[in-house]
Design a protein around this ligand. Structure first.
Ligand code: NZQ
Ligand code: ZN
Length: 388
């Protein structure tokens, strides 16, 4: 096991009605609040009203930045930061899924920094401080509510990249599973695929960390047991709660302690599809993971067998991969490029962009030949059904 330090300063408030104390929490950080949100779901499902009522109770001055798109772009962050600077905001309240919270995190660094959001992302600027971020999570998927990461796109330079900085852990995150009732069946499923993928990215990293492996199995088992049931009962509080808590734990550090590094090759494959075709993040991962495993099983069949033994009662790498395909199928997640609406004629463009963006894993290195095979399998693979 490798040395590690655990540092996670986010206070997580989980459960029904937790935002009833949001105003009191915000008050501690100041009166001028930059409220950031997405394309309008929070106005349709009543969350906007609940949150602004809390802000009014706290006597806060609200400065709004709405309209952040899924697969968020740095331009929105620059604009939000300009607004935050102009009003000299004390705190940022991010209400939404990963796209909104990630945008808020980089806005928090950009406001006090004399540089642009993208230069921070590419580490050309080194922020020394951040405006505090408080998050109200409305979609269970990314784990951003309890981690120091943010992911943004730059369409001009064809990059979708992740960034990490301890300054951007949310100070508080409020997770009311009932706030996720209105998430569509599709996005609920993509969120479950994403949490499974986060557990797997850490599992396939380097280094021996047996307890972290067991956390991985438990998190994926939770998704296997409750994910399909949730898709049949989108308003079940208990099922929403189980998936929401699993998603937080899949990427808050727990599954990675004691390893040298996670892999993250599948995420870098998925980011290219989101960049080129605006595909939803989780949907890219259910297509990429089985294909990636089919190539990686030749490099390390033992690691895949171990996963199969602990999750599906098989030691065969092929059966393990089929079981994952079957799981994603049960979750109504895409398995092929065609399911993402990406035609065969895009294949060369995708491979070129993956090579240009140096798609790779931190542990399992991908050659150009591997990338070509993975993309080929994403078009034609994923045929087997493990069990009905
Ligand atoms: O924009 P609005 O109107 O809010 O609608 C959103 C959006 O259309 C909607 N939605 C969110 N909450 C809802 C809701 N609809 C109804 N009811 C609700 N309660 O869902 C759609 C998707 O939202 P988005 O925030 O894009 O989804 P997600 O949470 O999956 O975030 C994806 C982004 O996070 C990044 C991804 O790359 C992607 O850009 N990631 C961030 C990570 C991190 N910071 O640690 C790690 C992840 O691996 C991931 O890369
Ligand atoms: Zn992810």
């Amino acid at each position: 096991m490798e040395n590690f330090t655990i540092y996670n300063p986010t206070q997580l408030h989980f459960g029904r009605g937790v935002t009833d104390t949001l105003g009191k929490t915000i008050e501690k950080y100041g009166k001028k609040v930059l409220l950031m949100y997405g394309k309008g779901s929070i106005k349709r499902n009543g969350i906007y009203d609940k949150v602004t009522e809390q802000l009014k109770l706290a006597g806060a001055e609200i400065i709004e930045y709405g309209g952040i798109k899924p697969n968020p772009v740095f331009e929105d962050v620059n604009e939000a930061a300009a607004l935050g600077k102009k009003h000299n905001v004390d705190v940022i309240l991010a209400v939404g899924g990963g796209s909104v919270i990630d945008s808020a995190k980089i806005t928090a660094l950009t406001i006090p920094c004399d540089d642009s959001a993208w230069r921070i992302m590419i580490k050309m600027a080194k922020p020394q401080t951040a405006v505090p971020v408080i998050a109200v999570l409305t979609l269970a998927a990314t784990g951003t509510e309890m981690n120091p990461f943010a992911v943004l796109q730059n369409v001009q330079t064809h990059k979708k990249i992740g960034y990490g900085n301890p300054l951007i852990y949310p100070k508080h995150s409020f997770l009311d599973p009932a706030f996720t009732f209105s998430v569509s069946r599709e996005y609920t499923a993509y969120g479950i695929a994403d949490l499974i993928a986060h557990a797997l990215e850490n599992y396939f990293g380097a280094g021996d960390a047996s307890l972290s492996d067991k956390f991985v199995y438990s998190i994926i088992r939770e998704a296997m047991e409750f994910g399909p049931a949730l898709l049949d009962d989108l308003h079940s509080y208990d099922l929403r709660a189980k998936i929401m808590y699993a998603a937080t734990n899949a990427l808050n550090g727990l599954t990675g302690y004691g390893r040298v590094v996670g892999d993250w090759g599948v995420h870098s494959i998925g980011h290219v599809l989101s960049l080129l075709y605006d595909s939803p993040h989780g949907a890219t991962l259910s297509v990429a993971y089985p294909a990636w495993m089919k190539v990686v099983k030749e490099k390390d069949p033992g690691r895949i067998s171990e996963l199969g033994k602990n999750l599906f009662g098989t030691t065969s790498p092929d059966d393990t991969i089929s079981a994952f395909e079957n799981l994603f199928r049960k979750l109504s997640c895409p398995l092929k490029m065609k399911d993402l609406g990406i035609d065969e004629d895009k294949k060369d463009e995708i491979i070129d962009m993956m090579k240009k963006n140096k798609v790779d894993g931190a542990h399992f290195k991908l050659s150009h030949h591997d990338i070509e095979r993975i993309v080929g399998l994403m078009y034609s693979g994923n045929q087997n059904i493990y069990f009905a």
